[in-house]
Design a binder for this molecule. Structure first.
Ligand code: ATP
Ligand code: MG
Length: 399
């Protein structure tokens, strides 16, 4: 067992000391077998949530009814979930009930794909009831049990199959694919937030272009907000697609391809956060500037550093060319005379005192923007004297 699992070992050991079984499960075991970086470690145990809470000192009972307790250990959080089965999915969204069980077999059976149904004990020994190891080798996404039944229980698994094919570059096993086709219409019953979480990971996948063929051939877009009402949108996508680091980047891309659909329609239909909306707007703005002037200083200044990767992905997808290197972007940013308008030495109150008779209003805000631009473009120094002079000699600045 390597790095990331080691700090979690004491949790398995402690559960076993108390007479319970405990395993690493799910994505972390899959990614470990594949040699991919791990991002979080999930543990499954025969102990009930109550028992888990009694054993560990620092616990956060996040979802007791579903069996999940977060255990804090050495500054890290681990999700510890009681072995459970699920039954009945009458609303096509949630299991009607979950039952805690004492054997891991039942717990692995409820999991979506064979590659996600591996468990690993503290010595690194695998429990592999559904030949998940073999499917990892064959690079296949295959449901645990009959696809139709599993997708009927939870149509989110259809989108999950897609997103794993995008993240891993794995093919979808033919029977699984057939079942996805048969049950794809159930996707509309899902909560949009859950769909969005999967599609965000789908878009960010390294193999998104490969997976896009599945999406197209299955016609999944007919079930997705916005896409379903704009049948030509997907045909405008430039191939090959390159990973979209964030959902806002995909939204910006779609909006640029089909400007008639406002960003707000996207974020409303997909129930995105305000942050996603702001990011998408900023990316579209940056793209417009880029089309006019390339990566100039004003663009670098206006674009939030956190959006560099998304902006570069946008260029990659729209132009099918490798964009400016990330390091060049960073060095351009480092050379800017100011980083934000807060660094302008001439402040709002200075402007007011230069024009004592003029009523305060939007013009001040706009003047500051013009000063920012002049400073960034090297037309004036960021000093009080120079900026005052600049305003004097640019009568339109105060319009
Ligand atoms: P990631 O690396 O993105 O976290 P993951 O495989 O860990 O991938 P999660 O959504 O974190 O995915 O789920 C953890 C595990 O729970 C999965 O590996 C799978 O075994 C199980 N699981 C999650 N969602 C479902 C579902 N809708 N149906 C069945 N099993 C699921
Ligand atoms: Mg996970």
């Amino acid at each position: 067992l390597n790095g990331l699992f080691l700090p979690a070992l004491p949790i398995l050991e402690k559960l076993e000391e108390h007479g319970f079984e405990a395993f690493f499960v799910g994505g972390c075991v899959r990614d470990y077998q594949l040699g991919r970086p791990l991002h979080d470690i999930d543990i499954a145990t025969s102990a009930t949530p109550e028992e888990v809470c009694n054993i560990f000192e620092k616990v956060i009972p996040v979802g007791i009814e579903h069996g999940t307790v977060i255990v804090r250990h050495d500054g890290e959080s681990y999700e510890v979930t009681t072995f459970r089965t699920e039954s009945g999915y009458s609303d096509k969204r949630h299991p009607d009930s979950v039952q805690f069980v004492r054997q891991i077999d039942e717990d692995l059976k409820r999991r979506d794909f064979t590659i996600n149904a591996l468990a690993m004990d503290k010595n690194g020994k695998l429990i592999d009831l559904f030949s998940g190891r073999k499917d990892l080798e064959k690079r296949l996404i295959r449901t645990v049990g009959a696809g139709e039944e599993r997708f009927r229980e939870d149509a989110l698994r259809i989108l999950r199959a897609l997103r794993f094919s995008s993240q891993l570059g794995f093919a979808i096993e033919p029977d699984t694919l057939k079942a996805m086709e048969i049950l794809k219409e159930d996707i509309v019953y899902l909560a949009v937030e859950r769909m969005a979480a999967e599609m965000e990971k789908w878009a960010a996948g390294e193999h998104v272009d490969f997976s896009f063929d599945y999406l197209l051939s299955l016609g999944i877009e007919e079930q997705l907000p916005i896409f379903k009402n704009n049948s030509t949108l997907l045909s405008r996508f430039n191939r090959p697609l390159h990973a979209f680091p964030a959902f806002s980047c995909l939204i910006a891309y779609c909006h640029i391809l089909q400007p008639e659909i406002p960003i707000n329609d996207w974020t409303t239909a997909w129930k995105s956060s305000n942050k996603v909306r702001r990011e998408a707007l900023a990316l579209v703005e940056a793209w417009k500037q880029y089309e006019q002037n390339g990566v100039d200083r004003w663009l670098v200044y206006r674009l939030d550093e956190a959006l560099d990767e998304s902006f570069r992905a946008l260029i990659r997808n729209l132009e099918q060319e490798e964009p400016i290197a990330a390091s060049d972007f960073a060095s351009k940013r480092a050379l800017l005379p100011i980083r934000s308008k807060n660094e302008l030495v001439l402040k709002g109150e200075d402007i007011v005192s230069i024009y004592p008779k003029r009523e305060k209003g939007r013009w001040i805000h706009e003047l500051i923007l013009k000063m920012e631009r002049a400073v960034i473009e090297g037309k004036v120094n960021n000093s009080k004297i120079d900026l005052k002079e600049w305003i004097k000699w640019n009568p339109t600045a105060t319009d």
